[in-house]
Design a protein around this ligand. Structure first.
Ligand SMILES: Nc1ncnc2c1ncn2[C@@H]1O[C@H](COP(=O)(O)OP(=O)(O)OP(=O)(O)O)[C@@H](O)[C@H]1O
Length: 646
């Protein structure tokens, strides 16, 4: 009985210490305003409901001494019994206080939602492990005739109930945590991508972004689902070991040593596995790049058998390389699992058969030992099965962090402007001595192409046309002017003030030659929305497209119709400077005429600055100036044939 009292006291002290530490930490956080108050009825409900999860513990505390000592345990008045009775009551009180104190933090949630979920998850997740190990000891006690069948059944039912209730809570919490984390990562990736400089974005293969969003974030979400399983099993295994130690020191040490040995072997094999999975993820990126090509270039590919065959061959090759890499990783994983299974069987054999034989254990002890170690098999193989998931999640985590960290240098960030800029008028746009070079791999010696020096000026109410041959630098100029590229040297001035590239875009409404039409209409001036139907009519689209809930009813239109919609959208954006890149190219003659003779003139009269890349020499007359780009330089172009250098 003394031994039991000692164990109860140790348990009580451990629970009290955890409770006190938790309370002190929580109270300090409250003082530091890291926790807020939330006395909502939902919290009161959860507060009381949670008690259902610990109720079996009190019932077990009541019945356990009855089962172990005497049917009349609680009514026996003897000093020996009273000391145990008091210890059990004290333990019950400690558990009650522990529960109420730790649960009270429900009304003072941490400002960081992850903190709340993780801390409550850790507390709850201990219970399934405890319940599991309790089941082991009940079964072995019963098998050895140490416990009455009635009490064995009561404890079995209580432990199973606790297990089911708490594992359900843990799994729901973990699922919630996984979903929140995946959502958080998604947003982090999107936010970082939006901060990339356009140049950086151009250099990132789309396959990489897809793989990060689908595979890596997916694998973190998936890992969170198995994490709880691993944690519960670690708790179960630890408690079963404590139980085994109480049975026999040497045998348990042998078992523990063998498991330690397996983990050392495992960690040696972890390196090749990590490399194999990393490699397979890179191959997956390459394959995804081809899938992106298939989606974007489908019409080109599908046209000719030879193209389909060649592309199909490439896809087959990449797909096969990816799955071969995946297979290699799986083979290493199979070896690892096999190794652990064999080692575990051998370890069980040694500690359950060989050592008891040498040390002459009693048969009863061997039976208990075998039951307990066999029970360990489940948690152990669950932990082993979970390790690859941990490695996978670790790789994904690193890849996501690498991706997020990549844009962390000041030059590469597409900085967010502090306030949303909506300038209605710009008097003058100037470009002074601007140079820009495309650099391959960031190596200045590898300059592939550069433009500059560029000197250029547009005033309010001007219409400026830019012409130039293929590859002369018109689009590069457009990207510099609108801030997509930052100049290597020189300045861009708005109303005479030097303006940073990262906010230049706010002044512009641009239609790129390879524009993308979004179905939802983003970022338009709400004041102009009232005119939209009138404009749809004017653009000859009112019988095709409507606007519903801030989106076009359809964008499945002809190229010219989509271009018209893009022009309309750009007009509705109502920015002070407009840049149209070969915008009229797909328009029919009537609408082209409307575009140049009515729309551009109307915008000019509204005080806009208009820059148009065009080859429609028929309309050159209406421009205040025509510029020509040649070999990366720009000069005013006299379309009667005379060129004056800028
Ligand atoms: N992303 C890029 N990376 C490296 N070099 C580029 C890149 N884009 C363009 N260039 C280089 O810049 C030159 C000018 O290209 P740009 O797209 O500005 O020409 P453009 O006048 O718009 O031609 P086009 O009328 O054919 O569209 C090209 O010849 C090419 O060598």
């Amino acid at each position: 009985m003394e031994n039991a009292v000692f164990k109860i006291h140790v348990l009580g002290i451990i629970i009290a210490l955890i409770g006190v530490t938790y309370s002190v930490v929580a109270f300090t956080q409250l003082l530091r305003k890291k926790r807020k108050k939330d006395f909502s009825s939902k919290n009161f409900y959860n507060y009381l409901l949670g008690f259902l999860a610990v109720t079996p513990l009190f019932i077990a505390l009541y019945f356990l001494p009855i089962a172990l000592y005497n049917e009349n345990f609680w009514s026996i008045k003897s000093p020996n019994y009273e000391v145990v009775q008091n210890s059990v009551i004290q333990l019950g009180l400690i558990i009650t206080v522990f529960y109420f104190i730790t649960r009270t933090t429900l009304f003072f949630p941490h400002v960081n939602k992850f903190h709340n979920i993780i801390s409550s998850l850790i507390l709850v997740s201990f219970i399934p492990g405890i319940a599991n190990s309790f089941i082991v000891s009940i079964v072995s006690q019963f098998v050895n005739g140490g416990m009455d069948v009635r009490y064995s059944l009561i404890f079995f039912a209580l432990a199973t109930y606790s297990y089911v209730v708490t594992i359900r809570i843990s799994k729901r919490k973990t699922a919630y945590l996984g979903a929140e984390m995946a959502q958080e990562f998604n947003m982090m990736v999107f936010n970082k991508v939006f901060k990339f400089s356009y140049r950086k974005f151009e250099n990132i293969k789309s396959g990489r972004i897809y793989t990060i969003l689908n595979d890596d974030i997916g694998s973190i979400f998936f890992f969170s689902q198995v994490a709880i399983h691993i944690f519960t099993n670690v708790v179960t295994a630890t408690l079963v070991f404590v139980y085994l130690f109480s049975l026999n020191l040497y045998s348990t040490l042998t078992l523990l040593g063998s498991i330690g040995f397996i983990f050392v072997l495992y960690s040696f094999m972890g390196g090749p596995l990590t490399r194999a999975w990393n490699f397979s993820r890179t191959k997956r990126e390459e394959f995804t790049n081809l899938v992106v090509g298939l989606i974007n270039g489908f019409k080109e590919l599908v046209l000719h058998q030879v193209q389909r065959d060649e592309y199909g061959k490439d896809m087959e090759e990449r797909s096969s390389t990816f799955y071969q890499a995946q297979l290699k990783a799986t083979y290493i994983d199979v070896n690892k699992t096999l190794l652990s299974e064999i080692s575990f069987t051998v370890a069980i054999g040694i500690s359950c058969l060989v050592l008891p034989f040498i040390l002459h254990f009693e048969k009863q002890l061997i039976t208990t030992y075998v039951i307990a170690t066999l029970f360990l098999w489940g948690p152990f193989s669950n932990i082993i099965a979970g390790i690859p998931r941990i490695i996978n999640a670790k790789i994904s985590w690193k890849r996501i962090q690498n991706f997020l960290g990549e844009a962390d240098t000041k030059e590469e960030l597409y900085l967010e402007s502090k306030e949303s800029i909506r300038v209605s008028t710009v008097d003058k746009l100037q470009i002074k001595d601007v140079y820009y070079n495309y650099q391959i791999n960031g190596n200045v010696d590898d300059i592939s192409y550069g433009i500059g020096p560029i000197n250029f000026e547009v005033n309010q109410g001007d219409i400026v046309f830019i012409i130039g041959g293929n590859g002369s630098g018109k689009t590069t100029f457009l990207k510099l002017l609108t801030g997509l590229y930052a100049p290597d040297s020189g300045h861009i001035l708005i109303n005479g003030k030097k303006t940073d590239s990262n906010i230049l875009g706010e002044y512009f409404s641009v239609i790129f030659s390879d524009f993308y039409l979004f179905k939802k209409i983003y970022g338009i001036n709400p004041e102009r929305l009232s005119q939209v139907y009138e404009w749809l009519d004017m653009f000859g689209l009112s019988n095709k497209v409507q606007i519903k809930d801030g989106a076009y009813t359809t964008i499945d239109l002809s190229k010219g119709q989509r271009k018209r919609l893009a022009i309309l959208k750009s007009y509705l954006e109502d920015r002070p400077i407009y840049f149209f890149d070969e915008c009229a190219a797909d328009l029919d003659p009537d609408f082209k005429d409307f575009f140049y003779n009515q729309l551009l003139k109307k915008m000019r009269d509204e005080g806009k600055l208009l820059i148009v890349i065009t080859h429609d020499d028929k309309y050159f007359d209406m421009a205040n100036k025509v510029y020509k780009m040649e070999m990366g330089t720009i000069s005013e172009y006299n379309y009667s044939g005379v060129i004056s250098e800028s």
